[in-house]
Design a protein around this ligand. Structure first.
Ligand code: ADP
Ligand code: MG
Length: 256
C-alpha cells in the first residue's frame, strides 16, 4: 500500500542557510512519528513545506501518492492534512462543544458544498469527538475557563472534526508540565490508533518521544541524520553526538 506521506529530497534554503537539506522519509497510516532535532534543525520548515505554507526549493511531498507541492495551504488542508494548535480567535468566546460543532460544520461545507442544517445537527458528533479526547463532561463550559491541558484536548477534537488523514503537531506540548505532556501524547497515540490517521510531531522532551513515538527521524542542520525505533536512534553515533555529545542538547548556533 502507498504510504500516507512520502517526503522526497525536500530542500529549502533561506539566504545561505540550507534550513532543510535533501530530506526524505515516509509515514504510514496509524503511525505516530516524531521529528526531533536541536533548535534550528529545520523541523518547522519541514512542517511548513508539508502543510503548503512554504514552497520547497526542490523535492516532493506526496499524500496518498499525490504530489502536493505547490498547493495552497487551504487545498492541502482540504486534502486531509490537519494541524493542531492553531486555535481560532473566537475559541474563547464559545463553549467547548460549540468549538467542535463549528469545526464539524466547516468540514461539512467543505465536503458537501452545502450548509447542512443548524449546529444542532452536529451536537452528537461533537459530543463523540469530545468523548474521544476525554472532554465530554466539559462540553457546555465556556472554553475561556479551561485549564491549559484541557484546551489542548479540545484543540485535538477540533482538528479531528476536519477528518484529517495526517495531523501535524509542531511542539504540541510546549509550555506543559511533564505529567500533562505524557497525558497529551498518550491521548494522541490512542487517537492515531482509533482513527487510523498518521501523526507527525515535534517534541523536545526525549522521555516523551521515547515513550510514545512509534518511530522517529532526527534532523540536524537541515539534514536527516537518523531514523528508526527509539533504541536504534538513541544508539546512533551521529545522534549521540548531536544530542548527548556533551551530556546536554547541543543547540545549533543560528547564523542567518
Ligand atoms: P526548528 O523548527 O527545528 O527549530 P526551523 O525550521 O525553524 O528549525 O529553522 C531552520 C533554519 O532555518 C534556522 O537556521 C532558521 O533560522 C532558518 N529559518 C527558518 N525560517 C526562516 C525564515 N522564514 N527566514 C529566514 N530563515 C529562516
Ligand atoms: Mg520549530
Amino acid at each position: 500500500m502507498t504510504p500516507l506521506l512520502q517526503v522526497r529530497d525536500l530542500t529549502r534554503s533561506f539566504g545561505g542557510v540550507r534550513a532543510v537539506d535533501n530530506v526524505s522519509f515516509e509515514l504510514a497510516r496509524g503511525e505516530l512519528l516524531a521529528l526531533i532535532g536541536p533548535n534550528g534543525a529545520g523541523k518547522s520548515t519541514c512542517f511548513n513545506m508539508i502543510n503548503g505554507q512554504l514552497r520547497p526549493d526542490s523535492g516532493e511531498v506526496r499524500l496518498d501518492g499525490e504530489n502536493i507541492v505547490g498547493r495552497k495551504p487551504r487545498d492541502v488542508w482540504r486534502l486531509g492534512v490537519g494541524r493542531t494548535f492553531q486555535i481560532a480567535a473566537t475559541f474563547h468566546s464559545m463553549t467547548v462543544i460549540e468549538n467542535v460543532q463549528m469545526a464539524l460544520i466547516s468540514h461539512a461545507k467543505r465536503t458537501f458544498h452545502a450548509w447542512t442544517a443548524a449546529a444542532a445537527h452536529f451536537r452528537d458528533e461533537a459530543r463523540d469527538l469530545l468523548a474521544q479526547v476525554g472532554m465530554d463532561a466539559h462540553a457546555d463550559r465556556p472554553s475561556s475557563i479551561l485549564a491549559y491541558g484541557d484546551v489542548k484536548r479540545v484543540e485535538l477534537a477540533v482538528a479531528l472534526a476536519n477528518k484529517p488523514k495526517l495531523l501535524l503537531m509542531d511542539e504540541p506540548t510546549a509550555g506543559m508540565a511533564p505529567r500533562e505532556r505524557n497525558d497529551l501524547m498518550a491521548l494522541t497515540k490512542r487517537l492515531v490508533t482509533i482513527n487510523d490517521i498518521g501523526v507527525l510531531f515535534t517534541e523536545h522532551s526525549m522521555d516523551v518521544v521515547f515513550a510514545f513515538a512509534d518511530r522517529m527521524i532526527v534532523l540536524a542542520r537541515g539534514k536527516l541524520i537518523a531514523q528508526g525505533s527509539g533504541e536504534a536512534v538513541r544508539d546512533d553515533p551521529k545522534v549521540r553526538e548531536v544530542y548527548f555529545g556533551s551530556g546536554r542538547t547541543v543547540a545549533r548556533r543560528v547564523s542567518a
